[in-house]
Ligand binder design. Structure first.
Ligand SMILES: *[C@@H]1O[C@H](CO)[C@@H](O)[C@H](O)[C@H]1NC(C)=O
Ligand SMILES: *[C@@H]1O[C@H](CO)[C@@H](O)[C@H](O)[C@H]1NC(C)=O
Ligand SMILES: *[C@@H]1O[C@H](CO)[C@@H](O)[C@H](O)[C@H]1NC(C)=O
Ligand SMILES: *[C@@H]1O[C@H](CO)[C@@H](O)[C@H](O)[C@H]1NC(C)=O
Ligand SMILES: *[C@@H]1O[C@H](CO)[C@@H](O)[C@H](O)[C@H]1NC(C)=O
Length: 205
């Protein structure tokens, strides 16, 4: 009888020991599962961060539109000329997760390879994922263009093809701490329609 009781107590002890061990094993597995899940989550967060937030996107500098004042044009075949004050609306589009601060620069307009105007682009900044728009006046004139070259152009159609070029140099601030130099080129083509006195076919690359 006494022996039987001792045996029972022993069995119970073994059983509870097993249960305890099983409990600990389960706890360890759970712990591993948490650690693994956290590692996966962490990796995903870092990947998203690297691929989306820290990715450097080229800021885009372009001419958006323009209005003209004091428009003068002569279509003489041998001695054509034009002059006007262009009120150009420009934009700097910044798709980055951080602001883009750029230095002052110069924008130049050309007819073929002849410069027909230039203006200072004041320094400024385009905020976190936004487009900064501003207006600058540019005096356009065919003073550097031989009159017969322009005359030949205007004898064929009533518009003057122009291009605009500029380089913006600046700094990109990612996540408020990482600074990166980034410069961007403007390269736009447009036609100045001399009968409507408007810009048309404006394209920037
Ligand atoms: C061409 O026209 C401009 C004014 O538009 C004038 O000053 C210039 O003398 C002319 N040149 C010739 C060669 O006719
Ligand atoms: C920018 O401004 C500085 C001084 O304000 C001037 O020296 C420099 O030539 C300007 N740069 C351009 C590209 O206009
Ligand atoms: C960034 O550009 C500035 C001048 O604008 C220059 O002094 C600096 O060394 C450049 N930094 C890097 C990392 O290229
Ligand atoms: C500007 O873009 C035109 C096409 O849109 C291209 O033919 C030309 O080479 C570009 N110029 C520069 C300086 O990138
Ligand atoms: C220039 O403007 C005139 C007047 O608005 C228009 O009739 C003409 O089609 C335009 N030219 C081109 C090449 O679109």
């Amino acid at each position: 009888m006494a022996e039987n009781g001792a045996r029972k107590a022993y069995d119970q002890e073994v059983a509870s020991d097993l249960a305890e061990r099983e409990e600990r094993r389960k706890k360890r597995m759970k712990c591993f599962a948490y650690v693994a899940a956290f590692a996966v989550f962490h990796t995903a967060v870092i990947l998203v961060f690297a691929l989306v937030v820290m990715k450097v996107r080229m800021p885009k500098f372009r001419v958006r539109s323009a209005a003209f004042e004091d428009f003068q044009v002569s279509t003489l075949n041998t001695n054509a000329s034009f002059s006007t004050k262009m009120i150009a609306e420009l934009s700097v589009k910044n798709a980055n997760f951080g602001r883009y601060k750029y230095q002052n620069s110069t924008i130049e307009f050309f007819y073929q390879n002849y410069k027909v105007g230039e203006a200072v682009v004041p320094r400024g900044k385009a905020n976190f994922r936004s487009t900064k728009k501003f207006v600058i006046p540019v005096d356009l004139s065919s003073a550097n263009v031989p009159g017969d070259v322009l005359g030949n152009e205007l004898s064929q159609h009533a518009w003057i093809p122009l291009t605009s070029r500029a380089t913006l140099r600046g700094k990109l601030m990612l996540m408020l701490i990482f600074k990166k130099n980034k410069s961007t080129d403007m390269n736009c083509t447009m036609n100045l329609n001399i009968s409507s006195r408007q810009l048309q076919d404006l394209k920037c690359s």
